[in-house]
Design a protein around this ligand. Sequence first.
Ligand code: NAD
Length: 357
Amino acid sequence: MYEITLIPGDGVGPEVTEAAKRCIEATGVKIKWDIVEAGADIMEKYGTPLPAQVLESVKKNKVALKGPITTPVGTGFRSVNVALRKKLDLYACVRPCKIYPGVRTKYDNVDLVVIRENTEDLYAGIEFKQGLSETKEFIDFVEKLSHIKINKDSGISIKPISIKNSERIVRFAFEYAKKYNRKKVTAVHKANIMKFSDGLFLEVARKVAEEYPEIEFEDRMVDNMCMQLVQKPEIYDLMVLPNLYGDIISDLCAGLVGGLGVAPGANIGEDIAVFEAVHGSAPKYTGLNKVNPTALILSGIMMLRYLGEVEAADRLEQATATVIKEGKYVTYDMKKNRDDPTAVGTKEMANAIIAQL
Ligand code: NAD
């Protein structure tokens, strides 16, 4: 019996997590869910969208399945999702992008994994707002050290990239490649321009790659990578990227394989993993039993594999693939015409998957 934290989230979160939970339970794997609330809906009750018991539960159970959470606008809280990743040091964001026959996409052969560094780069949150006195002070300081002029009315974001965090994300990528039988790792960067941040990332990646001679290693500039992925995604396998490029490329790759409704993910640290879809809380569809549960079900399949429940994961993946291929009991976004009256709801698609198990 596994004890797993379940964070339903807000918006469409409770609907897709319920669908994924039922599919996972239907595989027969025994799970005791520790259901904890987080997100916009509980702000009033707890005074925060991320109460302490959520972190405590994930720290205790080490594994969580999480629905999307709305980022509150106009409060001091930046994002529950980012806070969770930071507080639990979930440094690796893993986003597999694979085409399931029946999905609406212009491509026919994509099976990629994007591994994004989650903790540093321009997402470190070190920012200086335009006009503040400390920003002016900072600009003066940098001008003095670099001998480069900066417009006084600039806002500034800092991009730290360290040896330690680059090393652990690249090593994670190679270990993942080894475990899941991936043949090639591509490090993505812009090292020709950002020599001391992306350049460092690339240098570290090359060194770590030497420890894995059985896995092919190459690198690509991020701009070239975007073009190559659109033109010939089939020649890539697993990509490892610093935070910002990882964010952008993972959405690009989700687009290659059918969109947000089918894009799963995980945020993984040393001994804790939180599984969640790439998509957000899609507030306009809240409570309508309309959105696609596939992304969270595929995230649940990743969770089963992480737990070592490979046979259950394979069965649930096969059942999901069958329902997608048949194209009958699927949500609106998987139909040719989005107004197709034969589209089913979130619950009904989950029921159809369970019926295949
Ligand atoms: P979103 O992913 O919530 O939705 C954008 C659009 O994508 C939706 O309107 C819908 O058309 C489509 N979509 C999303 N999920 C779908 C699904 N399962 N099935 C079918 N169609 C789907 O992005 P957004 O509107 O930019 O963000 C809404 C909120 O979610 C924001 O507050 C944002 O900060 C938050 N967010 C949270 C997470 C997370 O919890 N990890 C991730 C991204 C965004």
